[in-house]
Every structure is written in structure tokens, then in C-alpha cells.
Design a protein around this ligand. Structure first.
Ligand SMILES: Cc1cc2nc3c(=O)[nH]c(=O)nc-3n(C[C@H](O)[C@H](O)[C@H](O)COP(=O)(O)OP(=O)(O)OC[C@H]3O[C@@H](n4cnc5c(N)ncnc54)[C@H](O)[C@@H]3O)c2cc1C
Length: 448
């Protein structure tokens, strides 16, 4: 082992892909995986890249879907996860679904067959002072390592559960109904005073909304997840169960706000949306973390005045999920600001899902290898799916309210001259994916 060895902790989606990429660039890799010696509540095997729940990598449409574009970018970079998924594909319409056992067995076999990858089974429970490391320990990072990360970053910058409020594309909010205003017009600048979008409700609309919340289908916690964690962060439907007025005195309180479209009439309740990214293309519904099923969420949230035609970049959820406040902790190379020999990748950095995690593993593997090999790389282009994600988690997202993110077109910089809103969607998405493909191919050519 030399100081040019790359240690990767975690053989999940991100760690497996990172190891593959670095190994193919000629870097010696030690892949540390705690399973099967130490288990998690969700994993069932000792194999790499185990899919702990669904067997789908979601949409494979690389022209009209941001996840499909991420597939394309990973395939262009000779990604292990995509190549193996393609080999073990199952019929699933436009989605990329796989035979999960065959898939992870094949990933394991391919990694073990590499001459320059050594696998070491065992838990890493501290952050090493020296060497090149990528930590890709996922949503179920072992408790000892979680404590070590929290000691380094500050406990308030490492979360053990997410509490995801739904995120809406800004251009699908009806501004003839909603208006921009911060409560009590707080803030020094006009931008601050108008930081929130407000959707007003009459008494009847509020009562109907509470009925819909109470009746909606909810998801259960996975076995092993406890439901006792979220005292300060209750799902909205649980707040509604505690009393019909609870929300009106909580996230839906109407105080300090005047309806710009109807100043004489005080709303009975107000739903607030807050900007979710620097581009201003995404807004989250404040305080609306929820365990309602996705179908029910879309139905219930579209009854909110102003959101009747809303498109959701992501729906809400609450899960056991260890993740760091990456916008304040990581640089644009995914290195810890306080210890540049340590990179982080995968779900622990605040992306969510198999595909996004593998994608961030791919980037971390390439970035770490380039650093070890002394290769000078331009920044990952922001107009690619990879770039949009890494840019979001390492700086574009609001740090104060940072929650895990799926890839979506709301993270992309607009293309000049194209129509916003639902109508222009098809042309816009095609323009985003065309632009991304060119820029990603250009960036990859740095490794040629
Ligand atoms: C219950 C549950 C259900 C989910 N369902 C879905 C779903 O249906 N679809 C989806 O896209 N995503 C789902 N996810 C999220 C999914 O698990 C992740 O997106 C993806 O697996 C993350 O990849 P990763 O490489 O970051 O982490 P993982 O794939 O979890 O890999 C992390 C690896 O690190 C190892 N490890 C942890 N700590 C240490 C340590 N200290 N030392 C050594 N090794 C360690 C773990 O054993 C694991 O192998 C789910 C997550 C959970 C917890």
C-alpha cells in the first residue's frame, strides 16, 4: 500500500462505482465493507451494491427525464452500475428494473476480479488522519462512524432522519392566486421581504384539506425504523390527527400576511412555499414533511389554492437516513473542507436514491483518482445531470433547510429563449438533455 492508494469505505451503490472508476484509471483501491460482519436493518446479504428495497433504477428516458439522463452520463463514463443493470434488466416499460440478486452478485464478482482492488471486510469506525479516502457509507452509516463524522463536522450538521417536504417547480405555481411575502415583511432587502410564496385558504377550503389529510393513504415505517425520532418535525398528517386546528397554529398560520390579490379579506389559513435553490426554480412547501403515499400527496396538495396545476420535482417523505449538511461541509470536489484527504459520496452527502448515489460515487472515484494521478481537471460542468447534482449539494441548495435531493430538471440552469411552464416542457427538457450530453462528453475527454 502506498500513499497513492485510494481507500473507499462502503461497498454500496456509490462505493462500488467509485472503486470501479478509480481502478480503471489505474489507481490502487482498498474497498472496506462492514457487511456481512456488521449488519444493517435493511441489507440482507454481504454483496456489494445491494438494492435494499425497490429493484428499479427508475426512468431510462435520456431525452425527457433527468434520471434517464444520469443513466446516459454514467454509461458514457463506463459506469459499473449501469453496465451491470443493463445485463440483468427485467421488462419494466420505460423504467430500468433489474434482477436484484443477480445484479449485486455480478457487481461483487466484477469488483473482486480487478487486480488493483483489494476488498477488506470490517467496519471503519473513525476518520483517518492520513491517506486518500472516500466515505460512501450510505443512509445506514454505522453508529460509531456516524459519531466520528459528527465529532468532525459538529453534531448539528449530521442528520439521522430526513424530513422531506414536497418540492414544486416554481413556474407551475399560479401567481394569480399566490403572492410573494415574508411573514411581517421581515428582512432587510426586498428579496428577503418577498422570500416566501403564500397560498390562501378560506375556512371551507381548510376544513376540506384537513379531511383529505386525515383520509389519505400513508406509508408505514420499514421494520427497524423507529417512529419516535421526529418530535420537532411531525408529519403534517400527524399534526392534523392531534387536532383540526393544529396546522392553523403551526405551519399554516395566517398571521403577518396580507393577500396581495385581495387585501381586505384575511385568509383563514396560509400554505407557505420557500425557495429551495439558488436558481429560484424550486420551492418547498414549508413544514409539510409527510408519510402520505405519493399518489395521495399529489392529490391532496393540488387542492391548495394556487397549486392546482403544480408539478412536483419531488414528493415528501420521512426516512431513517444519515446525511450531512454538504453545502456547508464539502467543497466542489466532494472533499471535507476541514480535512481535504477525505471525500464523501453517495446518499450520505444528501442525494437520494440508487441512481443519484451511484452517480456521486462515479464522480468521487474520478475526482479522487485525478487528484492522486496529478491530473488537472476543469470543474464538473453544471449543465450536466452530474454537475447539477454536485452543484446543488455542495453549494446551490439552501444550507439552512438542506434535505436530500433527487435529480430533476429544476436543478438545471434555464436555456435562453425557451418557454417556461408545462406547455414548453418537452422542448425545454430536450434542450437540457442535448446540452448536458455535449458538455458531459467534453468533460470526460479530459481523461482520454
Ligand atoms: C429502508 C430503505 C429503503 C430504501 N429504498 C430505496 C428504493 O426503493 N429506491 C432507491 O432508489 N433508494 C432507496 N433507498 C435509498 C438507497 O438505499 C440509497 O439511495 C442507496 O443504496 C445509497 O447508496 P450508497 O452507496 O450511498 O449507500 P448503501 O448502498 O447503503 O451503501 C453503503 C455501504 O456502506 C457500508 N457501511 C456503512 N457503514 C460502514 C462502516 N462504518 N464501515 C464499513 N462499511 C460501512 C454498508 O454496509 C453499505 O454496504 C432506501 C434506503 C433505505 C434505508
Amino acid at each position: 500500500m502506498t500513499d497513492k492508494t485510494l481507500h473507499i469505505v462502503g461497498g454500496g451503490m456509490a462505493g462500488s462505482e467509485a472503486a470501479w472508476q478509480a481502478s480503471h484509471l489505474g489507481v490502487d483501491v482498498v474497498l472496506h465493507e462492514m457487511r456481512p460482519k456488521v449488519e444493517t436493518f435493511a441489507h440482507q446479504t454481504g454483496d456489494f451494491a445491494e438494492m435494499v428495497c425497490s429493484n428499479s433504477f427508475r426512468s431510462d428516458d435520456d431525452e425527457q427525464n433527468a434520471v434517464g439522463l444520469l443513466h446516459w452520463e454514467m454509461r458514457q463514463a463506463d459506469g459499473l452500475i449501469m453496465a451491470t443493470a443493463d445485463q440483468h434488466r427485467l421488462p419494466a416499460g420505460g423504467a430500468l428494473a433489474v434482477d436484484r440478486d443477480a445484479f449485486s452478485a455480478a457487481v461483487t464478482e466484477k469488483l473482486r476480479a480487478r487486480d488493483n482492488i483489494r476488498v477488506e471486510y470490517g467496519e471503519i469506525s473513525d476518520l483517518p488522519a492520513d491517506g486518500n479516502w472516500i466515505f460512501a457509507t450510505g443512509p445506514l452509516t454505522s453508529p460509531a462512524l456516524g459519531e466520528a463524522i459528527a465529532r468532525e463536522t459538529g453534531a448539528e450538521r449530521l442528520a439521522f432522519f430526513d424530513a422531506i417536504a414536497p418540492i414544486v417547480y416554481a413556474d407551475t405555481i399560479n401567481m394569480d392566486v399566490a403572492w410573494a411575502q415574508s411573514r411581517y415583511d421581515k428582512g432587510e432587502t426586498e428579496e428577503e421581504q418577498k422570500a416566501y410564496l403564500n397560498c390562501p385558504m378560506t375556512k371551507d377550503q381548510y376544513e376540506a384539506f384537513i379531511d383529505a389529510l386525515l383520509a389519505a393513504d400513508k406509508t408505514e415505517f420499514h421494520e427497524g425504523e423507529t417512529a419516535t425520532y421526529f418530535d420537532g418535525c411531525l408529519p403534517i398528517e400527524v399534526m392534523a390527527e392531534r387536532g383540526r386546528e393544529t396546522l392553523r397554529f403551526g405551519p399554516m398560520k395566517p398571521v403577518g400576511l396580507t393577500n396581495a390579490h385581495d387585501p381586505e379579506n384575511k385568509p383563514y389559513a396560509v400554505v407557505q412555499l420557500r425557495r429551495d435553490n439558488a436558481l429560484g426554480t424550486l420551492f418547498n412547501i414549508v413544514g409539510f414533511q409527510t408519510k402520505m403515499k405519493y399518489g395521495a400527496q399529489a392529490e391532496v396538495f393540488k387542492t391548495i389554492p394556487g397549486l392546482e396545476d403544480a408539478s412536483f420535482a419531488r414528493l415528501g417523505g420521512i426516512h431513517r437516513n444519515t446525511f450531512m449538511n454538504s453545502p456547508t461541509l464539502l467543497d466542489n470536489q466532494m472533499r471535507l473542507n476541514s480535512r481535504r484527504n477525505l471525500r464523501f459520496a453517495g446518499q450520505v452527502t444528501g442525494v437520494e436514491g440508487y441512481v443519484e448515489s451511484a452517480a456521486m460515487g462515479l464522480l468521487a472515484g474520478r475526482l479522487a483518482a485525478a487528484e492522486i494521478l496529478g491530473l488537472d481537471l476543469p470543474t464538473v460542468p453544471q449543465d450536466t445531470a452530474m454537475g447539477a447534482l454536485i452543484h446543488h449539494i455542495t453549494g446551490g441548495a439552501e444550507a439552512k433547510t438542506f434535505q436530500p435531493m433527487n435529480v430533476n430538471f429544476g436543478l438545471f440552469q434555464p436555456v435562453d429563449g425557451l418557454k417556461g411552464g408545462r406547455r414548453g416542457r418537452k422542448d425545454r427538457y430536450k434542450a437540457y438533455t442535448d446540452r448536458a450530453k455535449t458538455e458531459w462528453s467534453d468533460w470526460l475527454s479530459n481523461f482520454a
